[in-house]
Every structure is written in C-alpha cells, then in structure tokens.
Design a protein around this ligand. Structure first.
Ligand code: NG6
Ligand code: CA
Length: 496
C-alpha cells in the first residue's frame, strides 16, 4: 500500500495503520465552477464582492496564481480534466449542443475509472456537457452511454448547459420526474409545431436574449435548442443551486464510510444567471455577481456538511473553473451595465473564448485540512494533471494520457509545476512555457464582437513575457526572435 509522506496531525489518536489508510485514500472532491474568472474572488484580488467561503479554502490551502483549465470553453476543459487527454487531439471536443453524443469513448481512460480501480465510490452532481447517448437520444428511456458508462457510479446532472435544452435533470440516465404521458422531444434544428419561441412569443420572456438563445422558452428564459413536452420534469432555474447542493450533501452523508470521489460541477456564473431570490440584489452587480455570492454560499454549506459528518480532515478538495469570465454571453442581464469597478479577469487580457490569459487562467485552489500547509504557489498547474496526480496519490501510476503527476505541487510541497502547457481556445492552440506565452498566427477576428472580448487571434506570432507583462500588452515576437524560435520548437514538438 502507498504511504503518503506527510504528517497526519488530526489523527493523533488513530493507530498507525489507520493513518496510512486515511492519508493515502482521502475522499476527493472537485468543485468546478462554470465561467468563473481569475479575478472573480476576493481571495484573487476582487474588491467589489466578497467570497468568504471560497476564500477560506484559498487561505487554508494552496492558492495557485498560475492555475489553468486546458481550454477557454467548457466541453474541452471538462474533457481534459476527466480523461487526461489534450482536447485539441479530439476534433469533436468543442462546445456541444444538448443532444450531442457522448464525447468520451466508453473504452477511454478516465479519472473516475482510475479512482474506482483504487476502491473509490464515484459520482458527479451538476453540469455535464460532454454529450449523452450515441446519437438520436430518446429522452424518455434510460440514456446510455452517460456518465455512468465512463466511470461514475452515480450521476445527477444537467445534460449540457443551463441555457440549452433539455431543461431537465438526469439521474443515472433517467430524466427526473418524467411523466411518461408527456414525453420529451428535443431538436436543435427545427422547432416543434405550435411551440413558443423567443421569436414567435417575445412577450413570454422574463429574461431577454441578446444573441443566440432565441429558441424554446422555459420558465420565461429563452434557450438554445427546441424542446417539447416533459412539463413536470422541467427544472426550476432559481432553485438549481440549492438542488445540486442538497444532492452533493446527501452524497457525502451517505457515502462517507468508504473513500469517495465527488465531482461537484456547479452551474454558476454561466448564463442564464438565475440567483435564488435570497441572493437577488446582494452583490449590487446584477445577476452575475449575485450568483457568484450564491455559489460561494453553497460551498460554505457543503464544507459545513463535510465538517459535521466528521470527514473534513479526510477530504482533499480542488476548486477551479472550466474557463474564464464573460459578461454578455447572450442575454440582457446587466452584467456589463452593473459591473462597476469589478474586474472578472483580474488584470489578465481576453476572457472566455480567448487564447489570451483570461480565457484559461482561472482560480485554482487545493485544500486539505491539516494536510496541506497554506501557501500561495506560482507553479504552473493544470486541470489535465488531476488524473495522474490523483492516480499517484492512490497508488496507480498511468502514463497512457497527457496527464502528468504533479501531486507534490498540488499539495503545496514544491513550487515546481509544469514546464510547458498547451492551452486551447476554439480549437486554436498556444504554448505557455516558463514565464512565456506564444500564440502562433491564426486567421480570424481579433474581437468576439457580440460578447465583447478579444480572441487572441492575430495573423502574426505573439510572444509575451507574463512575468513582466501580465496584461499581455507588449508583443515581443519581433524583438526577441531567439525566444520565439525556442517557443515554436517546443510547441511543434508537443503538438506532434
Ligand atoms: C455559446 C453560447 C453561450 C454559451 C457557450 C457555452 C450562443 C450565442 N452562445 O455558443 O451562451 O452557452 O456556447 O459555454 O449561443 S460553455 O461555458 O459551456 O462553454
Ligand atoms: Ca464554461
């Protein structure tokens, strides 16, 4: 059995054998937000809103200042985290519609499969967005393959995003509360006859669409995609955070006897931002700020549950986000108008969808009470490495993916992280290496006009020294040809 080499202060009364078990097979919880920016937390420099519960993880654990999602959008980042594979190696790893087939091959190596092999119970609660079924899903029967076929013993998910149909929860492949007499149909191309959309019935909207999002209206919110039926199964948007929280809490309470892995994939602050009424107006920043406060509260409640159940000191928590921030992602919800002095990018350039830093550099925190010494680390870490790192923790080494073991870095025992990392935005890739970031030339628009963020795309090479120029204002590609050449060489080698 693997014996992890750090002191176990909390288990002073336990026998040595107990300590070994506890330290090598802690529960693992990944708390993953959707579109939370590098600057969206008070522990990461935000001054206009306070996130005390997440801050407690940051100050009691390792706060990474160079923590990355692999990608600037959801599906590829989640794919990389769960499979350990760079998403640009899979041409289908792009933002998926709600009726897309499962992106992960059921034969593929995954993080939950690895932990299962080590004796863990595994579950996902929250946003999935990695596709379901094998094409032409019948939402009225048990959907297969689903998260349950790629390593999760249990799943309670929303299929894609909160702004995409079907707007229902799915538990272990079954739509929750489905009335068989009111079957669900979903189509991403054509509407069902007579069904209201934001175009035909704009008066039904309680939240207006800005771009995209003008198909079926559910709970007054126009969505992407068309849906018919399933009335009793439709979720309540304002209750979603509480709903997932209770599921996550119940999972912990009922599975604490053996090690578990819980992927708690929260939906905030992705659009549509629908805070529960008790958070409405609390941030002064409109719904985007309010749902960040709501998410922070949920995390506080979840942590309380771990403590009350007596397993806090035996649970390793990783907190992060799937991509960087966006304000206007398709609805009029005051995110731009009420932003005030808040900077969701935390001084970085770009945002969601961007190859600039704000697209992929995200809050990244590890917390394990009495096992991790609180610190701030500037090591380059990436979510893709959770698979190999957790593998090492539980005694399973696997070199078949792009994931590398950085357990000691994640636990704050060394500040040596990745030397190189390939990041991705909308299928374009760039290289982070040491202090440097190189973006190769790409065709396309430098601005995502509807969303209002820079894409990072330019027809020339871009080279930045992030240590001296965090905001990526000075392109050094021409003035430092030697560094550029080195970076291109590393990039080409890694992309083979
Ligand atoms: C985009 C949507 C955006 C969001 C995104 C996925 C439009 C115009 N925009 O296509 O609102 O849903 O997909 O976000 O439809 S992610 O965080 O899941 O990648
Ligand atoms: Ca996202």
């Amino acid at each position: 059995m693997l014996v992890v080499n750090f002191s176990c202060k909390n288990s002073a009364k336990s026998s040595h054998a107990d300590i070994e078990v506890k330290t090598s097979k802690p529960n693992i919880v990944v708390i993953y937000l959707d579109d939370l920016g590098y600057g969206d937390l008070s522990s990461y420099g935000a001054t206009e809103l306070r996130t005390p519960h997440i801050d407690a993880l940051a100050t009691g654990g390792v706060k990474f200042t160079n923590g990355y999602a692999t990608s600037a959008t959801c599906t590829p980042s989640r794919y990389a985290m769960l499979t350990g594979m760079y998403p640009w190696k899979n041409k289908d790893a792009k933002i998926l519609p709600g009726d897309a087939p499962l992106l992960i091959d059921t034969q593929q190596h995954t993080l939950p499969k690895l932990l299962s092999k080590a004796g863990y119970q595994t579950a996902i609660v929250g946003k999935w967005h990695l596709g379901l079924g094998s094409g032409n899903v019948n939402w009225n029967e048990t959907i297969k393959p689903s998260p349950n076929e790629v390593g999760f013993d249990e799943s309670y998910i929303l299929a894609a995003t909160q702004d995409r149909v079907p707007t229902v929860y799915i538990e272990n492949g079954d739509v929750v509360n489905l009335d068989k007499n009111d079957p669900i149909e979903v189509d991403y191309k054509t509407n069902f006859e007579g069904e209201p959309t934001a175009i035909s019935n704009p008066e039904m909207q309680t939240m207006k669409w800005h771009h995209g999002h003008n198909n079926s209206i559910v709970n007054g919110i126009p969505r992407i995609g068309y849906m018919k039926g399933g009335e009793a199964a439709k979720w309540s948007d304002v209750d979603m955070a509480d709903h997932f929280l209770v599921k996550a809490q119940n999972y912990v309470k009922t599975h604490k006897a053996k090690p578990f892995f819980l992927y708690y994939a929260m939906q905030q602050p992705h659009v549509p931002r629908t805070p529960h009424p008790r958070f409405v107006g609390k941030s002064g920043m409109g719904p985007r700020g309010d749902v960040i406060l709501e998410a922070d509260w949920c995390i506080g409640e979840f942590m309380k549950t771990l403590e009350e159940e007596g397993i806090l000191e035996n649970t390793l928590i990783v907190f992060s986000s799937d991509n960087g921030p966006v304000l206007n992602d398709g609805y009029y919800d005051d995110a731009v108008e009420k932003l005030g002095n808040h900077d969701p990018k935390g001084g970085l350039r770009g945002g969601k969808y961007s190859l600039f830093e704000a697209g992929t550099r995200v809050p990244f925190i590890t917390y394990w009470k009495n096992h991790i010494n609180p610190s701030v680390s500037d090591a380059i870490v990436c979510q893709i490495d959770l698979l190999a790192s957790f593998g090492h923790l539980v005694g399973i080494e696997d070199n078949t993916t792009d994931s590398k073991n950085y357990l000691n870095t994640l636990l704050g025992e060394t500040k040596k992280g990745r030397d190189h990392l390939i990041i991705e935005a909308k299928s374009n890739t760039a290289l982070r290496s040491g202090d440097w970031l190189m973006i190769p030339p790409y065709k396309g628009s430098a601005m995502n006009k509807k969303v209002g963020t820079e894409t990072g795309v330019l027809l020339q090479y871009q080279l930045f020294n992030l240590n001296e120029d965090l905001g990526q204002e000075n392109n050094l590609a021409e003035s430092n040809p030697k560094k550029l050449k080195d970076m291109i060489q590393i990039f080409e080698r890694l992309k083979q």
